[in-house]
Write a protein that binds this ligand. Structure first.
Ligand SMILES: Cc1ncc(COP(=O)(O)O)c(C=O)c1O
Length: 430
């Protein structure tokens, strides 16, 4: 007997959030609308005071986006998901839902450059202190936690170093201090490579711009609620307490284990407005249908390219999480399907200038700040994603002048290797 609750990932990425509508259409409809007709003023009033569910305005709800959110929630085995306009927006809405001026959050040292900047510059200006652990050792997280700590935040695989924190141990620490554990799972490919909820995470954020979309055609972010945190523990009066924006409504009493994701929607999206367009939600739904196939191909190509680089005289270091000498190897074996992702880093021999020359000589690879695309991409973090960081912070994030981040696409990897060969011939860096 087919039990729909136990469908496998590959099946849920196609069937999740889909139901046949009155037209019988196989494709999910795009609803390009800003507003919705209210059948009565009473009904509208119920929607506005959250006593009834339904569409109010596309900043908060849209049927295409709802299907996308349901599919994501199903892939993660979660209680709910919220789609927003970018990964950065997902992080910002999550943080501001939980932390206020005077609070702090404790974060891992290996973070995407944009996240690092949001944390260290913008959140500080809002009075939220971000404490970055010196290393990913549990003691280094623990010593930063105090009574005002409102979350522990890590990336399930750090961008760009590909370090993998010990998710299960950090989840234990978060539980011991009764603090929500939030994981940026962009590299985990919507749960296909890694599902942080399996290891005790409470909330996942994800840049859907990457593997979920998969073709570099839209920006997006998602927030996913595991439904496994006790918001009634007295630490979060904005969730379990009278809500200022909704005439004293208590979100936890009203929405139970979905209270957090409801808060992100009804406060976060309502007040900050970073909603996705219905068309972009459609592109995400389409991307999800092939996610597992794309990612499996990319991971395999990445391993092949890493092996090629290992033996190349113009490469000084290969940092690939699937190799035993990578600091994240052991944790990747435990937390990541295939023990790896589709991203690797290499350091070239030579200087910043010869590295730039190599990048500019590549003919197939995209020179972009992108990962998870159908096109293979090379990024020079020192002149792009991490450029805003001080030299000290750059070094702490593992970014050197000759470091290149490589994300494998869907091409035949032998063509990518040929592209590398011809670009190496253009550079005198041995
Ligand atoms: C790990 C990680 N988190 C968040 C983001 C931000 O996502 P977006 O570019 O969709 O705002 C990125 C972007 O590269 C990322 O790599």
């Amino acid at each position: 007997m087919l039990d729909k609750k136990n469908l496998r990932f590959e099946t849920r990425q196609i069937h999740g959030g889909y139901s046949v509508d009155q037209t019988g259409s196989r494709g999910l409809a795009i609803y390009p609308t800003a507003a919705y007709h209210f059948k009565s003023c009473d009904y509208a009033a119920n929607l506005f005071e959250l006593s009834e569910g339904g569409n109010i305005y596309t900043r908060l709800h849209n049927p295409t986006t709802a299907a996308y959110e349901q599919r994501i929630s199903s892939l993660y085995n979660a209680v709910g998901a919220l789609a927003v306009s970018s990964g950065m927006a997902a992080i910002f809405i999550t943080v501001t839902a939980l932390a206020q001026a005077g609070d702090n959050i404790v974060a891992a040292p290996f973070l995407y450059g944009g996240t690092y900047n949001q944390f260290r510059v913008s959140l500080r200006k809002l009075g939220i202190e971000v404490r970055i652990a010196a290393t990913e050792r549990i003691e280094d997280f623990e010593e930063l936690i105090d009574a005002n700590t409102k979350m522990i935040y890590v990336e399930s695989m750090g961008n760009p170093t590909c370090d993998v924190p010990d998710l299960e141990a950090i989840a234990r620490l978060a539980t011991a201090y009764d603090v929500p554990f939030v994981v940026d799972n962009t590299f985990g490919a919507a749960g296909f490579l890694c599902n942080p909820f399996d290891w005790g995470a409470n909330i996942v954020v994800d840049s859907a711009t990457k593997w979920i979309n998969g073709h570099g055609t839209a920006m997006g972010g998602i927030i996913v609620d595991g439904g496994n945190y006790n918001w009634g523990n007295g630490k979060f009066p904005q969730i379990d307490g009278p809500s200022e924006g909704y005439h004293g409504l208590n979100l936890y009493e009203t929405f139970g284990n979905q209270a957090f994701i409801v808060k992100c929607r009804v406060d976060g999206l309502r007040d900050f407005g970073c909603c996705p367009s219905p068309f972009d939600s459609y592109l995400m739904l389409l991307g999800l249908e092939t996610l597992s196939l794309r990612v499996a191909h990319q991971v395999e190509s990445c391993r092949t390219l890493a092996e090629y680089c290992l033996n190349h005289p113009k490469v000084s270091r290969v940092s690939y999480v699937g190799f035993e000498d990578h600091p994240g190897y052991k944790n990747a074996q435990k937390y990541y399907r295939f023990g790896a992702s589709a991203v690797m880093n290499i350091e070239l021999k030579g200087t910043l200038e010869s590295t730039v020359q190599f990048v500019e000589s590549l003919k197939l690879m995209g020179n972009m700040t992108m990962i998870g695309d159908s096109i293979s991409v090379v990024t020079h973090p020192a002149s792009t994603t991490h450029k805003q960081l001080s030299e000290e912070d750059m070094a702490a994030a593992g970014v050197t002048p000759t470091l290149l981040r490589i994300s494998l696409g869907l091409e035949n990897v032998e063509d990518i290797i040929d592209d590398f060969e011809q670009a190496f011939e253009c550079v005198d860096n041995e």
